[in-house]
Design a protein around this ligand. Structure first.
Ligand SMILES: [Zn+2]
Length: 403
């Protein structure tokens, strides 16, 4: 494994500029292309699992975060309030839940709509101390893959199990290898809301969902509003951090007075399940860059195909193949300068999965020769076959470069 900060620089994935600010990296085109592919995948996975996506602003009225409890229990982890005038104060949100509670209560809800799964890949802010910042693993502007699943109380257990399944699917596709499961519980001290009975009920539900899985218990690591399952990953230095999480919350539905009409026409209170399948895009990529040493699976590689004509006579055919790749939805570029050997090596160094080489023989036969970044090469095949091979791997989100 390599340090993601060094690889991020070498592969031009992101840029940390002092003028942008500590913990406020900029995603460069290559990093943004990879992230875009991952975001699309996550949204598709969620859509298929019955999630509905929303957009909400990263800034909200102070009163919203007083109601949610964040200003009372979490203010030390938030940026100071922004003041336009005495009665117009705003908060850079530290979490998306308050806005999603507003989505829930935008109209009346029936039991038939539950579980109501509201998802967003949204921005939030935390004033991490400048000493702990670096690269993408700890940042101050966070893009979180988040959702809040509003359930009837009797649905919570099955919902948690279903979320665990989705987390497993996302990890398999991305190449995440979890370091372990953690059941994060209350610790000593008064920084927790809710009564003992609720906490006990939530802990029991999470324990039941974890049956058969190896996990450790971590007192003091719960959110202020409820216990959670954290799925840990380890970085290049062996440090553990939380990537995916499932949290139970009986408190916010009460604070926001959320309710639904149950099957007998009575008013009932939903339970809120906060969950993130892959965590923030920043922490996720810090991890993915290291675990893959920059060589992402082809489906989210920033450039998937580099087309290399052997000489000037093959440039037109190479450009036509590049265009076909782009029209087929691939990220492809043409590289003409330098010797073929140097270009093949440079493509592999940039972790481009496929170099498509076109020499005189290939062009006259309507073929291309694929060279893989791991040094393997494939017998020349017709251009449409080569295109089908690569698009098949990419659309199947395969971890392998060949079928
Ligand atoms: Zn939340």
């Amino acid at each position: 494994m390599h340090d993601h900060r060094r690889l991020g620089r070498e592969l031009e994935l992101f840029h940390a500029d002092p003028l942008s600010g500590a913990g406020l990296p900029v995603w460069l085109p290559a990093g943004a292309a990879a992230r875009h592919a991952v975001e699309e995948y996550v949204r598709e996975l969620e859509r298929r699992a019955g999630y509905q996506h929303v957009y909400s602003p990263p800034l909200g009225k102070r009163e919203l975060f007083e109601l949610s409890g964040h200003l009372g229990y979490f203010a030390a982890d938030m940026f100071p309030v922004l003041r336009l005038s005495a009665d117009d104060e705003f908060v850079l949100r530290p979490a998306l839940c308050p806005h999603h509670a507003l989505v829930y209560r935008a109209r009346g809800r029936s039991y038939r709509e539950l579980p109501l799964r509201i998802a967003e890949l949204g921005g939030m802010y935390r004033p991490e101390r400048s000493g702990v910042l670096g690269g993408l693993s700890r940042v101050r502007a966070i893009s979180l893959n988040d959702a809040h699943n509003f359930c009837a109380p009797e649905q919570v257990g099955a919902e948690v199990v279903e979320v665990l399944d989705l987390i497993r699917a996302a990890h398999a596709a991305l190449g995440v290898r979890p370091a372990g499961f953690r059941l994060s519980l209350r610790g000593p001290g008064g920084k927790y809301v809710g009564d003992d009975e609720e906490w006990q009920r939530a802990e029991d539900l999470l324990r039941a969902a974890l049956v058969g899985l190896p996990y450790v218990e971590a007192p003091g690591e719960a959110a202020f509003y409820g216990p959670k399952i954290d799925i840990q990953v380890r970085d290049v230095a062996g440090r553990e951090s939380t990537l995916s999480t499932i949290q139970l919350d009986f408190d916010k539905p009460a604070r926001f007075d959320l309710c639904y009409t149950d099957a007998r026409g009575r008013r009932a209170r939903p339970v809120m399940v906060h969950r993130s399948l892959v965590g923030s895009m920043e922490r996720l990529f810090a991890y993915l860059i290291e675990v893959h040493a920059g060589a992402f699976p082809a489906w989210y590689a920033p450039v998937q195909v580099q087309v290399l004509p052997v000489g000037p006579e093959q440039v037109a055919a190479a450009e036509a193949f590049r265009r076909d790749c782009v029209l087929a939805g691939l990220r492809a570029e043409l590289v003409v300068d330098g010797s073929l050997g140097a270009r093949v090596r440079a493509a592999a160094q940039r972790r481009v999965p496929y170099a498509a080489v076109l020499g005189a023989r290939e062009v006259s036969a309507g073929q291309v020769a694929l060279r893989l970044r791991d040094g393997r090469s494939v017998e020349p095949m017709s251009a449409p076959d080569a295109l089908r091979l690569v698009t098949g791997i990419v659309l199947g989100r395969s971890a392998e470069l060949l079928p």
